[in-house]
Ligand binder design. Structure first.
Ligand code: 5RP
Length: 230
């Protein structure tokens, strides 16, 4: 997705922000465009507070001049704007391509509304083309991995689990110092069953299936200026 399309989706999301709102602020390159545009509105007098979903977003939002808070000070949010790696027609998501899924899900769950901003190509008929991120604690990785593999099989999913690495080829660490296993599934026939099975595995901190959290989406299509709303 070009930066222009990301910016177009982000600009439509900024229009949803009203004075006095308590915001969840997403992570990723599309959410970064939202941060930039929101910062400009704040500098022009818009009054909001935001809860960032990652250390990277915290830094960007602070640099843009957006007043920040925490879910301890502000446990209920009006609106979260975040990117996604996949979205289906029922507003079910795969997130976590940037590794921020845990904080993203906590913030989305604390929000009355969650609006996804994304490239139209991220809309799919069936979730699973994008590898599903599963955040795990480092302790017991081998056993946790086996239990996840069994959970995948039980719920009709087949595919490889890979440990995510960073640019230095060392294991990627999330903001919570956890690891990520990416599940290359191709398709997820029953996202609810898989979400429940993964949540029951000791050692799994969170997974990237966002079910029943997203309330709307702004998808920027390739055609100039075309925005699809879900
Ligand atoms: C980070 C995420 C991102 O929202 C997702 O990866 C989309 O990122 P981008 O806007 O850069 O395509 O879930 O954990």
């Amino acid at each position: 997705m070009s930066a222009d399309l990301k910016r177009a989706a982000a600009a439509r999301a900024v229009d949803l922000v009203q004075d006095g709102m308590r915001l969840g602020i997403g992570t990723g390159s599309t959410a970064a465009q939202f941060v930039e545009l929101l910062g400009a509105r704040v500098r022009s007098g818009l009054s909001v507070v935001g809860v960032p979903t990652s250390e990277a977003t915290h830094r960007a939002a602070a640099a843009a001049g957006i007043p920040l808070t925490t879910l301890d000070e502000t446990p209920e949010l009006d609106l979260t704007v975040d990117g996604a790696d996949e979205i289906d027609g029922s507003l079910r998501l795969i997130k976590g391509g940037g590794g921020a899924l845990l904080r993203e899900k906590i913030v989305a769950a604390a929000s009355r509304r969650m609006v996804v901003i994304a490239d139209g190509s991220k809309q799919v008929a069936t979730l699973g083309r994008f590898p599903l991120p599963i955040e795990v604690v480092p302790f017991g990785l081998g056993a946790t991995r086996r239990a996840i593999a069994a959970a995948l099989t039980r719920t009709g999913c087949a595919g490889e689990l890979t440990l995510r690495t960073g640019r230095d080829f060392a294991p990627f660490r999330t903001d919570g110092a956890h690891l990520i296993l990416d599940a290359h599934l191709g398709r997820i026939p029953d996202p609810d069953a898989l979400a429940a099975a993964l949540a029951a595995v000791p050692g799994v901190v969170e997974h990237g299936l966002f079910l029943g959290l997203c309330t709307g989406a702004i998808l920027a299509a390739e055609e100039a200026g075309a925005i699809r709303l879900l």
